[in-house]
Ligand binder design. Structure first.
Ligand SMILES: [Fe+2]
Length: 442
């Protein structure tokens, strides 16, 4: 939610320009000596070190977090990224239609990125000119060697399904890992996944980014991620607002025509849907930039005008509704600053569904237009919580709430399936129990 320090633990900063491998080795040693430490780090580091050792034995490339990132046009393009501790020679991505002998290759852009005292090399390759609705496979090539093949499927412009994960920020990412992995197993045909912002609790803490990527291992190399930026991506380790540099580097997202606000908000197409991803961090951005809201709203109006897709879906981190908080009478039920700023534009643009997050509770508020119940307005879904930061009993139900998750809440995930003129949204508990289901027809 806001700047509250949800992870209290302070960590020792590693020295400047330390490589991650060196940092991991020091952490692993420290864990053995101390017999404790950050619960997640201990498990994840052990797994990572074991995996790295196995990888080395098998002659695989020493690379991390091979990932697919959503492109603006997913019928014909996809972005592949990965990272390594030290620079590699001639990094590239090789790809081919599954089962085909003809292999294409595209060079990767390499960038050295230092943050939180740790330096990594980031690689980005844009695959374009792909055939729609095809199964491909790709692999990383560098230092004259090739890594394993990964599958990649392009959008066929028709039916698709996606996984939607709310805020995954945690002080122990094991719940997030279980949720994501189990959801992916139950939905093996999902074409991509969305993470609704606040991916991590602290946007500068590289250990949390590592934990986030570890949690989606085996998923993110196979299907693309469409991430949103949340306010927690803008926090430094002193819990002050900074530029969301790690988020912007980790995900090479579609351009939006703005140099100043590049990739903070973007849109993409999948199937018959045009997705519009907003940056709701206008307050946080104000320390560094002026005019994020106005620039973004002008972009939104133009962007939505250009699409001929049947469905239009908005993804925004901060919720447009405002909830009362028990014992805080000054906070009234109604609409948030983000809601007052954006909801009239959603009405005007004929948006079908608005997914939001930030409050760590699942609520289906039904259709709202002109700030009141109206079946001709967008459907407003507050997506819940996918990490372990929960607020039991915090929010007082809103008059517009139609469905509220069972209390006290655990984590949850959603599926979105758009096919045969319907958009089907379902919400599930971690064990796969369905707690809400809504179908829109068009
Ligand atoms: Fe948030």
């Amino acid at each position: 939610m806001d700047k509250d320090k949800l992870t209290q633990e302070k960590k020792e900063k590693s020295g400047p320009k330390m490589s991650r491998r060196k940092f991991l080795a020091i952490c692993a040693g420290a864990i053995v000596l101390a017999g404790g430490g950050w619960a997640l780090s201990r498990n994840e580091l052990a797994n990572r070190l074991a995996g790295r050792a196995m990888g080395a034995a098998q002659g695989k490339l020493p690379i991390d977090y091979v990932r697919q990132v959503i492109a603006a046009d997913n019928e014909h393009a996809r972005t592949i990224m990965w990272q390594s501790d030290s620079a590699m020679r001639e990094p590239a991505v090789e790809y081919r239609l599954q089962g085909d002998e003809k292999v294409s290759s595209v060079k990767a852009k390499q960038e050295t990125f230092t943050d939180d005292g740790v330096t990594v090399e980031l690689y980005t390759a844009g695959l374009c000119g792909l055939e729609a609705g095809q199964k491909y496979e790709y692999r990383i090539k560098a230092d004259g060697e090739a890594d394993d093949w990964h599958s990649l499927q392009t959008d066929d412009g028709g039916d698709f399904s996606a996984l939607i994960f709310p805020d995954s920020q945690s002080n122990d990412y094991s719940d997030w890992k279980h949720l994501a992995q189990d959801a992916a197993k139950r939905n093996e045909d999902a074409d991509f996944f969305i993470n609704m912002g606040d991916l991590v609790d602290n946007g500068e803490d590289h250990r949390q980014w590592d934990a986030w990527f570890d949690a989606v291992a085996g998923i993110i190399d196979r299907i693309p991620v469409a991430p949103l930026m949340g306010n927690h991506e803008t926090y430094n380790e002193d819990w002050k607002v900074r530029e969301p540099v790690a988020y912007l580097k980790e995900f090479s997202l579609p351009q939006n025509g703005s140099e100043e606000f590049a990739r903070r908000y973007y849109s993409f197409d999948y199937g018959e849907v045009h997705f519009i991803v907003l940056d709701t961090q206008t307050d946080e951005a104000a320390d560094f930039h002026q005019g994020l809201l106005e620039t973004q709203q002008a972009w939104f109006r133009e962007d939505v005008k250009k699409t001929d897709k049947k469905w239009k879906i908005v993804l925004m981190h901060k919720d447009p509704l405002q909830y009362r908080i028990a014992n805080r009478p000054e906070r009234q039920e109604g609409f948030s600053d983000e809601g007052r700023a954006w909801m009239p534009l959603f009405d005007e643009a004929g948006i079908d569904i608005v997914f939001s997050a930030h409050l760590h509770t699942y609520r289906n508020r039904g259709h709202i237009k002109n700030f009141q119940r109206d079946e001709s307005g967008p459907l407003y879904i507050l997506t819940g919580v996918a990490g372990n930061v929960r607020y039991p009993g915090l929010w007082v139900d809103h008059a517009l709430d139609k469905v509220v998750a069972p209390q006290p809440e655990t984590d949850n995930y959603l599926t979105l399936a758009v096919k045969n003129g319907t958009a089907d949204i379902a919400c599930y508990l971690p064990d796969g129990t369905e707690i809400d289901h809504e179908t829109l027809k068009k």
